[in-house]
Design a protein. Structure first.
Lengths: 229, 229
DNA sequence: GAAAAAACATGATAATTATCAGTTTTTACA
DNA sequence: TGTAAAAACTGATAATTATCATGTTTTTTC
């Protein structure tokens, strides 16, 4: 038997904290723990989801293919986040694919439980609503960044964001290690352009690299760069 | 006395249709009808909203200033849409400004009524949730378009979108007339670049113009263009 | 109805970013 | 542990888009 939701810390960070004890028990009894290996996908764009995924550990990218076949990463998940909520709530196909960036531990929660609870527990609905409102605001910000900032600014912002959200190790390298390709797909640029820019940042001493690993050296300068100064 | 929400057609299109008769009456009694002149703003980014706006007539742009001072239009509202929901739900400042593109008629509904109903009527919460889920999906699409498509593709898409959503008059011109500046702020390009592209489209016979008015001539071709063919 | 302001338009040029064609380095694994 | 595949990188060049400068048309205002 796996650990219970009642004792799960990550629940604090997501909408499941609005559940009553009984509701939580139901969730706990029907959830399925899964381990996802780095690079494997949790679900794919256009798929019908049978439930949501609660992230216990690891990071995944939520991405979407554009008509030209390039991947665009729309969001990186944080620990405790629930994925697939939008799709389950709207009873819709997923508009995004979720792929593990490093090894993950997730809990799958069947959609019936989610929709039942949505119908009966207004607090839970509100909590989900608030999370979605937050996501929507962030999406708006991304839209503005994508259309008004240069690749250089977006990359600078990405580094600051990654440091803030996922931290750095004792040597000052970002904990979350992304491929150059992933960086390109976050920032929305050609991989070659992005690699060049990383070299440039390194030359200027704004970042340091060691293989795939990247460390933020001049956070302040990067932030100013992102803000257009 | 103004007309009642109970008889208002636009309610069909938004989350207010989930209200009970009594709830609807409360909304009706406390709502304030407003007329907004073309160019005037309903609310401004960073403001605390005291309620939501239900659009009875007219169109508004929801936009955000980027750090370089340029405006980015994130969304155009449709008739019946409720604006400011995100902000009221999250008890947050607005992240967007709303400006009337043509003369508008809107109803202001105080936030207390909205939040009370959210707390007591799970159907309403769910309905709002579904709308927000829809907005979020659309925002994801915009992100992908912004980062993966060229200005030309985005403009082509905008024309098709405007025709589909707001229709055309008897002479085949788009009902919704936008300034070149607005077009630039929708597709995320410099105004000069955008004007050039409009000239190009016109020269190719894809659109026709008459002053500010623009008509879609070759919808099929524009759509293919937007899809990258 | 004229003056002023705003919006529209075009040319020349510069900056940004993508693409293509490779080479080198790293990683995976038989 | 050697080798094939994948990822990272570099250079040359082309395409896209922004910027600046300036002229024209349309709209607004008094």
């Amino acid at each position: 038997m796996e650990s219970k939701c009642e004792n799960c810390i990550v629940r604090q960070f997501n909408s499941l904290r609005a559940l009553s004890k009984e509701e939580l028990k139901k969730v706990s009894d029907s959830k399925i723990s899964k381990k996802i290996k780095k690079g494997d996908s949790l679900f794919v764009e256009g798929q019908k989801l049978d439930g949501v995924y609660c992230v216990r550990d690891g990071v995944s990218k939520l991405s979407k293919l554009s008509s030209n076949g390039k991947e665009q990463i729309v969001k990186l998940t944080n620990k405790g986040e629930v994925m697939g909520q939008r799709s389950v709530v709207a009873e819709d196909f997923t508009n995004l694919s979720a792929t593990a960036i490093n090894d993950m531990e997730v809990c799958f929660i069947p959609k019936e439980i989610i929709s039942n609870t949505l119908n009966t527990n207004p607090n839970f609905s509100l909590e989900v609503l608030r999370h979605m409102a937050h996501d929507l605001k962030e999406a708006d910000d991304v839209i503005v960044n994508m259309s008004q900032k240069t690749v250089k600014q977006r990359l600078a912002e990405a580094f600051v964001y990654l440091k803030k959200n996922y931290g750095e190790d004792e040597d000052g390298f970002l904990v979350l290690t992304l491929s150059r390709d992933d960086y390109a797909n976050i920032v929305g640029a050609a991989t070659e352009s992005l690699i060049r820019m990383i070299s440039e940042f390194k030359k200027k001493g704004l970042i340091k690299t060691s293989g795939k690993k990247i460390g933020v050296v001049e956070e302040q300068t990067l932030q100013e760069m992102a803000d257009g100064f």
